[in-house]
Design a protein around this ligand. Sequence first.
Ligand code: ADP
Ligand code: MG
Length: 266
Amino acid sequence: MAAAQAPGDGRPLIEMRGIERTYVMGDNEVRALRGVDLTIERGASIAIMGTSGSGKSTLMNIMGCLDQPTKGSYLLNGKDVAKLSRAQLADVRGRMIGFVFQSFNLLSRTTALENVEMPLLYQGVPAGERHRRARRALEQVGLTGREDHHPNQLSGGQQQRVAIARALVGEAPIIMADEPTGNLDTRTSYEVMAILQGFIGQGKTVILVTHEADIAAYASRVITLRDGMVIDDKQQTPISATEALAATPPPHAPAATAPPAAGATP
Ligand code: ADP
Ligand code: MG
């Protein structure tokens, strides 16, 4: 953890210059990113917004070292990752980034604990340490006691929390989430956003893609894409998901605004 979070010779966490990504399909070329410049500091909480097809996922895939740019430079933690081999890219990804997806992407025949252990299995972490770290990650997202549940025995919000625990377990300094609340109801979205906001306080950098303005309101910086270019980039005071959650009663709970019983002192 210490090594991954050490400042890369004082540089910003992410520095992208002139990033282009062109998909070639037969005779057709789709210019999904057309010259993106971005600098992101450690500990930032970023929302990437834009309509469908504006290039959000393409940008996140490049930022997350799942894909590489057609053109441009990308320094991640001070290291040039734009031209690494696939194996080198996978190594950087494993150390630097935890991913959360809209569709949770859990293995259905596998328990919550085993799902969370998966990245550590690929890293060759011994079984005892794997279990310990996976249990701790599940505890951090409030799922103690659910270790042995399978995904179909968990609610959508709980499944997304398992996915967040899986993103956490490698102790990567960056959490990237593509539409993490896209399949969740409002209250569950607040729960997930509260967990993600908690990571900022722990020094992690959280970058999420969303097309919902009310989810972007939980970030401290909103970057808007259109047609593969950044058209807006602004800082804001994030609203607190913990407060939003507290103000939203769970479904079926007694209404918080029920009048006081007769005779009760105010
Ligand atoms: P968003 O996430 O904002 O909806 P995407 O990054 O997925 O946008 O897509 C940006 C553009 O690139 C779209 O026109 C999309 O059709 C195209 N695109 C995305 N992925 C591919 C791909 N693998 N092959 C060809 N075109 C793609
Ligand atoms: Mg997308």
